[in-house]
Design a binder for this molecule. Structure first.
Ligand SMILES: NC(=O)c1ccc[n+]([C@@H]2O[C@H](COP(=O)([O-])OP(=O)(O)OC[C@H]3O[C@@H](n4cnc5c(N)ncnc54)[C@H](OP(=O)(O)O)[C@@H]3O)[C@@H](O)[C@H]2O)c1
Length: 310
């Protein structure tokens, strides 16, 4: 497993991490096997959110109840969670009161004294940057949160926060898979008239994050679209799966490792946030941590996924 020091922190992190959005119905034993398999593969970083699960903090609680880590075991892992979404509504809330209350709830549910990284989950149109800054200062001063970041944020939204927030924003978690790649695809087809791919939906988010040492974390790395099912093995993507299967045989890894490597191969040094609850898939994806796809292979997958290389 490839690891690196997450810029803006003192944390050594793997480039493949486990998201636990889907563990709510898993038994203690299933969660322990899933997490144990991840850790055996070098995945020591777990991505949570207050809203994962049918009850607020549900998945965080399920995770902690199953793992029951000692304090020394807790120190060996990185726990990241998110705040800012209010599920009833739904709406977004970056107020001081909501952010602090959410973190208190996450600490209780996770059974820990600190969150390693807190992400603002989805942009709040009514954000008051000074209020976010005050919440971050209070959470940092109390030792409740060590590092901060964002998710699904544009460069402008990050700039607005950065004018008030003292702490570095170390991560931006964004949807990215080879079939859902507006983040990278627009730049490849810049300046093309009458091509949908040329429309900028992210206003240069990837380049901005690279310029500012903000680590991109790719969520839904195997979903074809927005929770539409995975492209791996899907009859909707015969050409892509043929390329993936050929590369999997060539590198002697499972197909899921090649899909992972399409993201880890990118020089932005992204982290892939897995969401599978199947231990074998976690172990297989981890093998994609440092598969050295060539430029030709990377672009072949991109074209086979339906993107244009002008
Ligand atoms: N920041 C955000 O806004 C945001 C949004 C969504 C998610 N996330 C984070 O990203 C993580 C990953 O999201 P995701 O779960 O949508 O991503 P994913 O890893 O692309 O999808 C995993 C889902 O696909 C299923 N699946 C079916 N066939 C599969 C195959 N061959 N290989 C792998 N998975 C297969 C899995 O089922 P099994 O479990 O049965 O294997 C699981 O339900 C979440 O856990 C969460 O931490 C963040």
């Amino acid at each position: 497993m490839k690891t690196f020091t997450l810029p803006g922190t003192d944390l050594t992190v793997p480039n493949v991490v486990l998201g636990v959005m889907r563990i709510e119905d898993k038994t203690d034993e299933e969660v322990r096997t899933l997490v144990g398999t991840a850790m055996d593969s070098g995945i020591t970083f777990f991505d949570h959110a207050d809203v994962y699960g049918s009850d607020v903090h549900g998945c965080e609680r399920r995770f902690a109840e199953a793992m029951r880590w000692t304090s020394s075991e807790r120190e060996q892992v990185v726990l990241q969670t998110k705040a800012g979404i209010v599920p009833e509504g739904p709406y977004f809330d970056y107020s001081h009161e909501h952010l602090v209350r959410s973190v208190e709830g996450s600490l209780a549910a996770l059974g820990t004294d600190w969150i390693d990284i807190l992400l603002l989950h989805r942009p709040d149109a009514l954000v008051e940057p000074e209020e976010v800054a005050r919440a971050f200062d209070d959470l940092a001063a109390a030792g409740k949160v060590r590092h901060f970041g964002v998710s699904n944020h544009t460069p402008g939204q990050i700039e607005l926060l950065r004018r008030s927030v003292q702490q570095p924003l170390v991560a931006n978690q964004l949807q990215l898979s080879v079939t859902h790649a507006p983040l990278v695809a627009q730049g490849v087809a810049a300046n093309m008239q009458a091509l949908d791919q040329s429309i900028s939906r992210d206003v240069g988010t990837l380049d901005y994050c690279r310029l500012h040492d903000i680590t991109v974390q790719a969520w839904s790395p195997f979903q074809a679209g927005f929770f539409t099912g995975v492209f791996l093995g899907s009859p909707d993507y015969p050409e892509l799966n043929a390329v993936i299967d050929r590369l999997a045989a060539q590198y002697d890894v499972p197909a899921i490792a090649i899909a992972t490597a399409w993201i880890t191969r990118h020089p932005a040094q992204m982290q892939v946030v897995l969401g599978t609850t199947t231990p074998e898939r976690v172990a297989g994806a981890a093998l994609g941590s440092d598969v050295p796809l060539t430029r030709a292979e990377w672009y072949e997958m991109f074209r086979a996924a339906g993107y244009t290389v002008p």
